[in-house]
Design a protein around this ligand. Structure first.
Ligand SMILES: NC(=O)c1ccc[n+]([C@@H]2O[C@H](COP(=O)([O-])OP(=O)(O)OC[C@H]3O[C@@H](n4cnc5c(N)ncnc54)[C@H](O)[C@@H]3O)[C@@H](O)[C@H]2O)c1
Length: 349
């Protein structure tokens, strides 16, 4: 049984609890939030026996094996490092942290304490994405040519919590949601990024964080992908991903813009059936628990989360410099050399 302590009990912590409730080998044994009423409500709703007013108290609890770090982006680094140093496995929400130095510290703390670090990049656990990746990897569509992926949605500025409107706190559309798009393109590309060129700005709102980005990412396999992330003031949502191969194409989306998966062949699109259940948080925690039990690398390890951050941050540098920015990933994710096929070390490639 993996005994979990949930830190930060806001919106998405509920989805984590709902996912965990469906697993036989994972349970939430404690939770922590600064706000007493939030804590009490969460304990009641999800039958959590222990509640703490701070993450420091929770980390002293010897009955906890792993923690979920599920709060503001600016807190991910500090709380994850504290938890890893307390000997707990950590599943930290996206984006992993605010700088590459912070990501490096988190990775080093996991290694030093012999515990697992996983980044909650949920896209790896969405049934439609899993099915699409399975089709791409089967080779039936031939060699990959390019990928274009979107997350364009209402930013809901009025109700957006302040930390997500401020880049200082790691907010803005690009770090909050562009992270999913960059992850999708990179995961499907199955390669390490080599450079980024991007246009990023605050075009629809008055706030100290971006709301729109278009990034052109070159990968070491010689191919390129495009990531579009826009939080508009009004419009229609687009969550589509298009994958174009030499002998077939894929298009898929998991939410409002039309959930589904289609294969393109013979100049037409055929819808593909897939098993919509299980829900992504259940799979996310299930795969994390499996990695801990079997002592194998977590399905979305810190090294991969760091690489996604590297692309996001380089895109911001590209906007400021109005130029293509080369990445210096080193050995951080894998040791793929330019032009060589990706070395598969993790189940998620
Ligand atoms: N994977 C996804 O699809 C997805 C979706 C939504 C949000 N998220 C991510 O989840 C994280 C949390 O988002 P949210 O919108 O649920 O957050 P939120 O701001 O609603 O909630 C954070 C909670 O943490 C508490 N808190 C703050 N500091 C604390 C501390 N030191 N100790 C204990 N509790 C503390 C606050 O009181 C608050 O209740 C973010 O990283 C966000 O990007 C991921």
């Amino acid at each position: 049984m993996l005994r979990v302590g949930m830190i930060g009990l806001g919106g998405i912590a509920r989805s984590h609890a709902q996912g965990i409730a469906e697993l036989d080998d994972v349970e939430i044994v404690a939770c922590a939030d600064l706000i007493e009423s939030t804590r009490a409500e969460y304990m009641d709703a999800y039958d959590v026996p222990k509640g703490y007013a701070s993450h420091t108290e929770l980390l002293e609890d010897p009955d906890i094996d792993a923690v979920g770090v599920v709060l503001g982006h600016h807190l991910h680094h500090r709380l994850s490092v504290d938890a890893l140093n307390a000997g707990k496995h950590v599943l930290v929400e996206k984006p992993m942290a605010l700088t590459l130095e912070q990501c490096d510290e988190m990775i080093a703390a996991a290694h030093a304490n012999g515990v697992k670090l996983m980044v909650g990049l949920t896209n790896h656990f969405l049934p439609v994405n899993i099915k699409a990746k399975e089709i791409l990897d089967s080779g039936e569509l031939g060699p990959l040519i390019t990928i274009v992926s979107y997350m364009s949605k209402n930013w809901n500025h009025a109700s957006r919590r302040p930390q997500y409107r401020s880049r200082y706190h790691g907010g803005g559309m690009w770090l909050s949601n562009g992270v999913h798009v960059v992850d999708r393109v990179t995961w499907f590309m199955g390669s390490q990024a080599a450079s980024v060129s991007a246009s990023i700005g605050t075009r629809a709102h008055y706030q100290a964080g971006d709301d729109s980005a278009t990034a052109f990412i070159r990968y070491k396999n010689g191919l390129a992908g495009v990531a579009v992330s826009v939080g508009f003031a009004d419009g229609g949502p687009i969550h589509d991903t298009h994958v174009i191969c030499a002998n077939g194409s894929l298009k898929f989306a998991h939410s409002a813009s039309g959930r589904g998966l289609w294969i393109g062949k013979n100049n037409s699109w055929d819808e593909v059936e897939y098993d919509y259940w299980p829900q992504n948080m259940r799979l996310e925690w299930g795969r994390f628990a499996e990695a801990i039990a079997q002592d194998i690398e977590s399905p979305v390890p810190g090294e991969y989360g760091r690489h996604i951050m590297e692309i996001l941050l380089a895109a911001e540098t590209s906007e400021l410099s109005r130029s293509e920015v080369l990445l210096d990933s080193g050995e951080s994710w894998n040791s793929q050399a330019a032009g060589e096929p990706v070395q598969i070390q993790h189940g998620w490639v």
